[in-house]
Design a protein around this ligand. Structure first.
Ligand code: 5GP
Ligand code: MN
Length: 341
């Protein structure tokens, strides 16, 4: 399915009187997911369209400064209310994911709702569950796409400081602070446009990256010193975390974000993996450098997906079994992982 024009999407909503609009995003939403959801909510409010943000699960406390974050309905724990609102919706924006499995059980409710689903996303291989699409896997982030949607429909006057700060945050985090290959000159232009709305970018950086708990900083140190395994034959680094360690360091949602990247900081390492024993599943984060496709590895072996160099997946095996399976699968890629970039 091809993309819709920004104006078609906005006109569709405006043409329904008092349209009921829901905005949702993926499981354990990160800064791009929350920034795009809340940024879009603020913009829609400014053009006279109220909306409700529903997330499948909770999100990190370092995003609680975003305007509207306290009104977000978390499906887990508020199933009845979230279901009522979703079933009554005319439109559901689906941001920063493209497969209903990424929103867990809430996916069944979204699927059952007769609302028009509008996908805005930048991940590869969309499932195609939506009726309206604004998708570009070359975009740095969903926040970038929200800004493009607004500017393409010539409605920048309805962006304000709060909206701009949400959108800037997602662009900042999804580009790894403007350093990954998904960051283009256009991304910088959009970030510059957003900065002109007057938020304090130093404060945003501080809130997201320099406001960790002491436990979280010690957890990073512990993980790197005690839990990092470097597989030189495969130019791969693995960090694994068990349930006891999550408890010991009082790990909260968002506290493990960024940990996977340290492995890639080692000279010669092309593939970094973080494996965590979560409540129901073993979750994995994959990061790669250069031509090694992290999303293909995630998709093929661990029911996952994502971007070329940043992906995720899961396993129903134990933590130990999952690590063994990762190592077994790495054997299939030894040549690729040892090739020059
Ligand atoms: P993270 O490792 O930061 O959780 O996720 C990295 C990227 O992969 C993100 O863009 C995220 O949306 C995607 N991702 C993470 N886990 C999964 C998964 O289980 N399935 C799919 N399809 N994508 C995932
Ligand atoms: Mn994203």
């Amino acid at each position: 399915m091809g993309n819709h024009k920004a104006s078609e999407i906005i006109t569709a909503i405006q043409s329904v009187g008092n349209a009921k609009v829901v905005i949702t995003t993926h499981h354990k939403p990160d800064a791009d997911a929350m920034g795009s959801s809340l940024g879009l909510q603020i913009f829609l409010k400014n053009i006279g369209i109220p909306s409700v943000v529903i997330t499948p699960t909770d999100f990190a406390s370092f995003l609680h400064w975003m305007k509207g974050s306290h009104e977000v309905i978390v499906f887990e724990g508020n199933e009845v209310r979230a279901t009522e609102i979703t079933m009554a919706a005319d439109f559901i924006f689906c941001l920063d994911f493209n497969h209903l499995s990424r929103i867990n059980e809430y996916g069944e409710i979204v699927s059952a709702s007769s609302a028009v689903k509008i996908l805005i996303d930048h991940h590869q291989y969309p499932q195609g569950f939506e009726q309206m699409t604004y998708w570009d896997d070359k975009a740095s982030s969903t926040c970038e796409l929200i800004y493009r949607l607004i500017s393409e429909s010539k409605q920048q006057q309805y962006v304000d400081k709060d909206c701009a700060s949400c959108l800037y945050t997602g662009i900042m985090t999804d580009t790894g602070s403007f350093r990954h290959s998904n960051c283009s000159s256009n991304t910088h232009r959009i970030a510059a446009d957003l900065m002109d709305y007057g938020f304090d970018h130093v404060q945003i950086h501080d809130l997201v990256f320099d406001s960790f708990t002491e436990d979280r900083v010690r957890f990073i140190g512990y993980s790197l010193y005690k839990k990092l395994e470097v597989l030189h034959d495969y130019n791969t680094a693995i960090i694994s975390i068990n349930k006891d360690e999550l408890k010991q360091f009082k790990i909260q949602t968002g506290d493990t974000e960024g940990l996977v990247n340290y492995g890639l900081g080692i000279e010669g390492i092309k593939f970094a993996i973080l494996v965590i024993d979560r409540t129901k599943l073993v979750k994995m984060s994959f990061r790669s450098k250069g031509s090694f496709a992290a999303n293909a590895f995630a998709m093929k072996h661990f029911n996952g997906g994502g971007h070329f160099n940043a992906a995720g997946g899961s396993s129903v095996l134990t933590l130990e079994e999952t690590i063994e399976l990762i190592k077994e699968n790495l054997k299939l890629y030894q040549k690729e992982l040892n090739a020059q970039i």
